[in-house]
Design a protein around this ligand. Structure first.
Ligand SMILES: *Cc1c(COP(=O)(O)O)cnc(C)c1O
Length: 242
């Protein structure tokens, strides 16, 4: 997307090496984009995966948090741990991890975890029991993206044991999330189908006894074009740095 007119400075300078190419990052533009998106969204989770889309995850994170984002999103645990190492204390959600990822380290760093399968849930519960740290979870359903998230046919099998673990104090299910596959095309019926599936998933979670307070579906495109997808939070990446 086109960035609004950037404010002057601040900027960070990233170098590939002493004599390598230099990329000047205009954090003023990131700040302006954040303000614009925060105005559209109910609440804003800034996605700073892939080193903030190559802009420097920690620099981008500090900027967006100062401009209205309330949480950060990353794919891998490693990215979340790097934000913590950089001194960032805001809520961080990580959503793309193998089942044998070091969830104990994630809980010690107070990272929130997306859970796309029963196997992931069991691994996180075990890590919570081992570390004595309650896991903050976002149950992740696939509503058509078919890249990550639980198969809707198995969603109930994920919600019930999550509710059981919540009653035992090992986890807290704070969110239900999904990702849209075709929001770049406004009016695409596949977004309608995803919305229907997402609402059904939230109902199933509630019927299982869960009380997720953060329902989130929209990324940049849907945040800008489709208010039906906004729910409680937007996860916005490319729109911050574009
Ligand atoms: C990358 C990503 C986003 C951000 O998408 P943009 O289109 O860059 O805003 C949101 N949610 C998930 C699950 C992602 O992987």
């Amino acid at each position: 997307m086109t960035a609004p007119v950037p404010a002057p400075v601040p900027a960070s300078v990233r170098a590939a090496g002493p004599a390598g190419p230099r990329l000047r990052i205009d954090l003023g533009a990131v700040a302006a984009n954040t303000r614009l998106l925060a105005e559209r969204a109910v609440a804003l989770m800034a996605v700073v995966k892939a080193d903030g889309f190559g802009h420097g995850a920690a620099d981008v994170a500090r900027t967006v948090l100062a401009e209205g984002a309330t949480a950060l999103g990353v794919t891998t645990l490693q990215e979340g741990l790097e934000l913590r190492a950089a001194g960032i204390t805001a809520p961080v959600l990580s959503w793309l991890n193998p089942v044998d990822a070091d969830f104990a380290a994630a809980l010690r760093a107070r990272l929130h975890l997306a859970v796309p399968s029963r196997e992931h849930l069991d691994a996180v519960i075990a890590a919570a029991a081992r570390t004595g740290r309650r896991a903050q979870l976002h149950l992740h359903i696939d509503t058509g993206m078919a890249r990550d998230g639980a198969d809707p046919a198995r969603w109930g099998e994920l919600c019930l044991p999550a509710a059981q673990a919540e009653r035992r104090g090992l986890v807290e299910v704070v969110g239900v999330m999904s990702h849209l596959g075709c929001a770049d095309t406004p009016g695409d019926p596949c977004t309608d189908a995803a919305l229907t599936a997402f609402r059904a998933a939230v109902r199933t979670a509630r019927a299982a006894g869960l009380r997720p307070r953060l329902r989130h579906l929209a990324a940049t495109a849907a945040t800008l074009t489709d208010p039906r997808t906004h729910f409680d939070l937007s996860r916005v990446g490319a729109g911050l740095v574009g």
